[in-house]
Design a protein around this ligand. Structure first.
Ligand code: FAD
Length: 355
């Protein structure tokens, strides 16, 4: 099981005349004309941006309820003020929030002017469904897709019979049928299913050879793992940019839970910090801001092609980290106001969002 930040609502799809229709796919589309080919000025392929510079990017997950979209878009707008090169929108396991993912991707690009990287997984989908999903994104002017296999849903749903059998074939298909910037995931500490770290990088190479133009890492807390991965990747002929995925520490229990789930080790300095400050959320967050700032600074200066922040839909820590690094286009409004109030508000928002 890997960490990603879509909300799993369980499989909420119904079979209709041989096709799978996901809840929320049509209803929340009000106001979004998917038929119209839309070219946003913001839309740029991530590999093209990476040719010119290192990137800053933020990941969001679609809220469980469509009526939380405005709140979500408000958070996105706040972070948009920090000048990200792209924002990514995650995809629910087995397509559970597929409708929300497409709607949020399109609204993020149209209403916030964000350059969107929309995630996509193959688990539980036929090739036609995957094609239709990507065609809708592209019609709406989205230029980037994160091509993923996904994890098997808890109910044991298998890969779709006759669908894409793996990520490599998905990427080959996307490259053959669409004009997109294609990203893929990679794992500095190795994916839990990998035979070993070398085999894991070999598989990442296959994804790159198939057409992935950049890689984004799973979260990690020890930069040594990133640098070792990068060395291995370069030695094995992976030439594309590798963006470091970072998750600002929000609270001690959650950090331990996420790390355990995705197999990320917690270095001693981090363990000690969580021990020391874990009783107080505000102190934990301050510690987390310092920790991730140091991590990010070293990565930025030493080979990471960009920094991708797993925001958990919370703007406060990310805006502080970017300000510390001097990388924010401007210091976002999230920096203003008493810290305790901001943190309390973020906690309420998260509870409402259902993480
Ligand atoms: C940046 C990022 C974003 C993510 N976003 C989402 C999301 O939006 N929604 C979601 O559901 N999940 C998401 N995930 C989680 C992801 O779906 C899981 O980690 C999943 O277990 C693997 O997906 P993948 O595309 O990396 O799989 P793959 O790369 O296809 O496989 C995972 C690993 O299995 C091994 N493997 C697979 N096939 C082979 C083979 N044929 N030969 C040898 N080894 C093989 C390799 O070690 C490989 O690294 C994300 C992960 C990351 C890092």
């Amino acid at each position: 099981m890997q960490i990603w930040f879509s909300i799993s609502t369980g499989r909420s799809s119904v079979k209709e005349a041989g096709t799978t229709k996901c809840e929320g796919e049509s209803a929340p589309l009000a106001g979004v004309r998917l038929e119209t080919v839309h070219r946003s000025e913001a839309a740029v392929k991530v590999p093209d941006i990476l040719k010119a510079k290192k990137t800053i990017s933020f990941e969001f997950f679609p809220p469980k309820e469509a009526n939380s979209f405005p709140k979500m878009l408000a958070v996105l707008n706040e972070l948009k003020g920090l000048g990200p090169d792209f924002v990514s929108v995650t995809y629910g396991a087995g397509g559970s929030t597929r409708g929300h993912s497409v709607v949020l991707s399109i609204r993020a690009q149209r209403e916030s002017g964000a350059n969107v990287l929309s995630h996509l997984t193959i688990w539980g989908h036929s090739k036609d469904e995957v094609h239709a999903f990507v065609a809708r994104l592209q019609k709406a002017g989205i230029e980037n897709v994160m091509a993923l296999r996904g994890d098997q849903p808890a109910d044991g749903t298998p890969l779709y019979p006759g669908g894409f059998p793996n990520t490599v074939q998905l990427i080959e298909y996307l490259r053959g049928h669409f004009d997109l910037g294609i990203g893929a995931a990679c794992y500095p500490e190795g994916h839990p299913e990998a035979k070993d770290r070398v085999a894991d990088v070999e598989y990442a190479k296959r994804k790159v050879d198939a057409g992935a133009g950049f890689l984004v890492t799973q979260l990690f807390y020890d930069n040594a793992d990133f640098f070792a991965f990068l060395d291995r990747a370069r030695q094995m002929g992976i030439g594309v940019p590798v963006i470091a995925g970072l998750m600002p520490i929000q609270d001690a229990r959650q950090t331990r839970r996420f790390a355990a789930r995705c197999g990320a080790k917690l270095p001693t300095a981090l363990e000690e910090g969580l021990e020391r400050y874990g009783h107080d959320d505000m102190e934990t967050r301050e510690f987390g801001i310092e920790y991730t700032t140091a991590q990010a600074r070293q990565l930025w200066d030493n080979g990471a092609a960009g920094l991708h922040f797993y925001t958990l839909n919370k703007p406060y820590s990310v805006s502080r980290i970017l300000a510390n690094l001097g990388l924010a286009a401007r210091f976002g409004s999230t920096s203003h106001g008493p810290r305790r109030e901001i943190i309390a508000r973020e906690r309420l928002d998260t509870q409402a969002g259902g993480t």
